[in-house]
Design a protein around this ligand. Structure first.
Ligand code: PHE
Length: 391
């Protein structure tokens, strides 16, 4: 009996030992497999307003970036590695931006960050990227302050210093107006910055700002502001806001008997701008933006075809710019021949004459892109190309 028992004991011990070693071997295989995988990918991060009141901005950025990632991976990736993008939704909020960008850097260990469209959110993210020495590229934040937040912060779009001049010149030379009213989204860095720069140039060109009214994004009733503006008898109203608000403002302006043209900047660009009654309210109005789909250059048309085939919908300028931001990053990583933040940064700063789908991009010393600006006119709810203004 005793013998048998001890035999059993030996069998149990061997069994346990075997189990123990196989667990160790499996764990080892698993870990080495994992690190092998990690060695073969480059992880980049993006933060975007995928939900919230500016959701079309974030969704477009995301679609453009994903298309660029898919394309580069098909051609063998970057430095022989595949690109993986980790996407975080900031719900269009500044505080949410801070936490998702911290997560991208500290948890996902991304080598670079792409985002955002709205300047206020890019301003929230920039100090985090700068402190971590992780390059950040905003596809579409035009506020001049964004790239001043550090030498790791870049943009692939023009700035509002230029966009304001474009609008002021267009008002004077093409719309032939001298008396303009302003309606400003008071808590939005983009809106206040663009308004200030517009005022300066417009006045220097002989124009007069006859009224200046404010609102806050998300407001539903603009009657008080519109009544004041109407009383000052302007020839046009400049609204540097974004599409959700402009949609309502346009409808209420017409209801208030205001028939003069409204015009604005790239915050207008979304199909949702002309939804519902705003389609007729905005007939003939203008906004400045980054690209026109009527541009017949092969790069633009090729992008359009690929995008339509992939998503079965029309891209807006933020999809173009998301694509460009990603492609410029991949180009910089290749030239840097490294995924080290400082080296990517240096390569980004040296970007010259990059053939992008929103025009050739050269990054200047302030880490801004110097590019032309396009004016669109709204006709039958469609965005028709009007003219291009060069820097
Ligand atoms: N270019 C604009 C910006 O920098 C885009 C935008 C406008 C986004 C308005 C949100 C609201 O902010």
């Amino acid at each position: 009996m005793k013998k048998n028992l001890s035999l059993k004991g030996i069998k149990m011990k061997t069994y346990k030992a075997l189990l123990f070693f196989s667990v160790i071997i499996f764990a080892f295989l698993f870990i080495s497999c994992e690190s092998d995988n990690k060695e073969n990918i480059i992880v980049i991060g993006q933060f975007a307003s995928l939900t919230g009141s500016e959701a079309t901005f974030g969704q477009s950025q995301d679609k453009g970036i994903k298309m660029a990632v898919e394309e580069i991976n098909k051609t063998g990736g970057v430095l022989g590695k595949q690109i993986e993008v980790v996407t975080e939704d900031n719900q269009g909020k500044n505080n949410e931006t801070v936490s998702v960008v911290n997560k991208l850097i500290n948890v996902n260990k991304v080598v670079a960050v792409l985002g955002e469209v709205a300047s206020s959110r890019s301003k929230a993210a920039a100090p985090i990227c700068q402190n971590a020495k992780i390059p950040m590229i905003t596809p579409a934040s035009t506020n001049p302050e964004v790239t001043k937040l550090g030498d790791y912060i870049f943009r692939v779009c023009f700035t509002d210093s230029f966009q304001a001049v474009v609008n002021a010149k267009f008002a004077i030379n093409s719309m032939k107006v001298r008396r303009v009213a302003l309606l400003i989204d008071q808590k939005n860095a983009y809106s206040t910055g663009l308004a200030e720069a517009f005022k300066l140039t417009f006045s220097s060109l002989g124009g007069e700002i006859v009224a200046e009214q404010k609102y806050s994004a998300g407001d539903k009733d603009f009657k008080a502001q519109l009544t004041d503006i109407k009383a000052k008898n302007p020839e046009a109203i400049f609204i540097p806001g974004y599409y959700t608000d402009v949609n309502l403002i346009a409808i209420q302006a017409r209801d208030a008997g205001i028939t003069i043209p409204l015009f604005g900047g790239d915050g207008w660009e979304s199909e949702k701008l002309v939804e519902g009654k705003a389609r007729e309210s905005l007939e003939g109005c203008y906004f400045s933006t980054h690209v026109s789909k009527e541009d017949q250059s092969p790069l633009v048309q090729e992008f359009l075809n690929k995008y339509r085939a992939k998503y079965n919908e029309e891209p807006d300028c933020y999809a173009f710019l998301g694509y460009d931001a990603a492609m410029i990053l991949f180009d910089a990583i290749k030239r840097a021949n490294s995924t080290e933040g400082a080296k990517i940064r240096d390569a980004l700063a040296q970007t010259k004459d990059f053939k992008s789908v929103t025009g050739n991009i050269t990054i200047n010393e302030q880490r801004n892109a110097i590019k032309p600006c396009v004016i669109i006119q709204i006709k039958d709810g469609k965005f028709k190309y009007k003219e291009t203004i060069n820097p």
